[in-house]
Design a binder for this molecule. Structure first.
Ligand code: DC
Length: 211
C-alpha cells in the first residue's frame, strides 16, 4: 500500500505530536523533515555540501531540538540547492511501501502533492510561543516569553516569505487549528481524517486501528 499523510504548518503548531501519533496508530513510517534542515543548519561549513552529505550521525545529534538549531534550519532552508539535495530522499520516503507520515513546511505543496491526506496544522504565534516557552521550562527558562515569541515570528516570516517552497497550505489541505484543542483532541481529529481517506482509498484492512 502506498499512502502518504502530509502534515505541514509553522513552528510549534503541534505537527510533531500529531504526526508521531498518526504514524503509530496506523503503523506508518514517520519522517520529521525539519530534522533534516536542523542537521544541515547545525553542521556548519557550506550548507549545500552538508545537505548533500547528510549522514545518520548528523541526524542523531542531541542538539537538533534547540531554538538555535531551529533558527539555523530556517536560514539554510531558503537555499534552493539545499532543498534540492534533500528532495529525493523525502519523495522516496513519502511513497515507500506501507504508508508514511511526513511533517514539515512543503510536504503537501512540493514534496508530495499527490499525498492522500494533507493537513495544515496551525495556531496563533502567541499560542505557539507559549508552548515552546513552557517546553523550555516556563518561568525557569533562560529566555522570556517575549523573546521566544519574537523568535517564532521571525522564523514564521522567513519560512513564509522565501521564494523556494514557502510555507503555505496546499489548495486541497485541511486546516487544523490546534489553538483551542488539547493534544489528545488534535490527534483524534487528525486520526479521523486519515481514517476517512484510508476508507475512501479502499485501504482499511484487519489490524488497522479503525475505531
Ligand atoms: O519543523 P521544524 O521546526 O523542525 O523546522 C525547522 C526549520 O526547517 C523551519 O523553520 C524551516 C525548515 N523546514 C523547511 O524549510 N521545510 C521543511 N519541510 C521542514 C523544515
Amino acid at each position: 500500500m502506498i499512502f502518504t499523510v502530509a502534515i505541514d504548518g509553522p513552528a510549534a503548531a503541534g505537527k510533531g505530536t500529531i504526526s508521531r501519533a498518526v504514524a503509530e496508530r496506523f503503523g506508518f513510517a514517520h519522517l520529521d523533515t525539519g530534522a533534516l534542515y536542523r542537521a544541515v543548519g547545525v553542521k556548519g561549513g557550506d550548507p549545500v555540501a552538508a545537505a548533500r552529505g547528510l549522514s545518520a550521525a548528523d541526524l542523531a545529534r542531541d542538539d537538533l531540538r534547540s531554538l538555535e538549531a531551529g533558527q539555523a534550519a530556517s536560514r539554510v532552508a531558503v537555499i534552493p540547492e539545499v532543498r534540492a539535495a534533500l528532495l529525493a530522499f523525502q519523495r522516496d520516503f513519502a511513497r515507500r511501501e506501507g504508508g508514511a507520515v511526513l511533517d514539515g513546511r512543503d510536504i503537501g505543496t512540493v514534496i508530495c502533492p499527490e499525498a492522500e491526506v494533507k493537513l495544515f496544522v496551525t495556531a496563533s504565534a502567541e499560542v505557539r510561543a507559549r508552548r515552546r516557552w513552557l517546553e523550555l521550562g516556563g518561568e525557569r527558562a533562560e529566555k522570556s516569553l517575549a523573546s521566544v515569541l519574537a523568535e517564532v515570528e521571525e522564523r514564521d516570516r522567513r519560512d513564509r516569505d522565501r521564494s523556494e517552497a514557502p510555507l503555505r497550505p496546499a489548495a486541497d489541505a485541511i486546516l487544523l487549528d490546534t489553538g483551542a484543542l488539547t493534544a489528545k483532541a488534535a490527534i483524534e481529529e487528525a486520526g479521523r481524517l486519515v481514517l476517512v481517506a484510508l476508507r475512501a482509498a479502499g485501504h482499511m484492512r484487519d489490524g488497522m486501528a479503525g475505531d
